[in-house]
Design a protein around this ligand. Structure first.
Ligand code: PRP
Ligand code: URA
Length: 221
């Protein structure tokens, strides 16, 4: 799989053209795709994102006995489990895939919605104080539009920890404006996205995007 820097950014990465990702994105964009299929596609695309976003996780040596010989292999560092933060509602659609890849991760939660002016409103946040030793954080939200919600979520998470965090933000669709905002406010985090779309419409929806992801996953509206 090829992941490439988003033009002009050192900390934002997008998948290069990959037949499976392109295929799944197109079905997800299609307004006739039903909620069951939207959920499955978000899950599958998140598996791809997680495979890339976990690339730099620390590993340690472990010796196992295969049926044939002793083997020194690697396992994820036992120092501290990462934390996964889905941003509700839509980010919850990525949670199971993230946990499938990192089954021992801790789970946080951030409730956030955009108001009429597209400004983020934070209505829930746990943990308020991160357990000591946590370093690796994965934030999940399929839509990075203006970037306001993502930037506010990262600020909340940074405030909840006394350790220096290695934060990765995972989105499925991103607008150039969202990448600019998030990377500008938090240049120390890494952004992974399946695709960077053309831009935003007058209502700050990603164009062409896939519409309101919360509604498509929850069957609302
Ligand atoms: C969506 C999406 C992001 C936010 C992105 O949430 O899941 O959190 O909008 O927009 P931004 O980059 O302009 O801030 P929404 O407000 O629709 O809430 P929901 O997930 O509960 O439906
Ligand atoms: N939130 C969504 O669900 N879709 C967009 O295009 C932008 C924000």
């Amino acid at each position: 799989m090829k992941i490439i820097p988003v033009g002009g950014y050192k900390n934002a990465f997008v998948f290069g053209p990959h037949p499976l990702i392109l295929h799944k994105l197109t079905i997800l964009r299609d307004k006739t795709t039903n909620k069951k299929d939207c959920r499955e596609l978000v899950h599958e695309l998140t598996l791809f994102l997680m495979a890339e976003a976990t690339y730099a996780l620390e590993v340690e040596d472990v010796t196992v006995q295969t049926p044939v010989a002793e083997c020194v292999g690697k396992r994820l560092s036992s120092k501290a489990d990462p934390v996964i933060f889905p941003i509700w509602r839509a980010g919850d659609g990525m949670k199971d895939a993230a946990l499938q890849m990192l089954p021992t991760a801790n789970l946080g939660a951030i409730g956030m919605y955009r108001n009429e002016e597209s400004k983020p409103v934070d209505y829930f946040h746990k943990p308020e104080e991160m357990p000591p030793g946590i370093v690796d954080v994965f934030i999940l939200d399929p839509m990075l539009a203006t970037g306001g919600s993502a930037a506010a979520a990262v600020t909340l998470i940074k405030k909840s920890s006394t350790s220096k965090l290695n934060i990765r933000f995972l989105s499925i669709f991103a607008a150039p404006q969202g990448i600019k905002c998030l990377s500008g406010e938090h240049p120390d985090i890494t952004i992974y996205t399946c695709v960077v779309d053309e831009g935003l419409n007058d209502h700050n929806y990603i164009v062409p995007g896939c519409g309101d992801m919360g509604d498509r996953l929850y069957g609302t509206k």
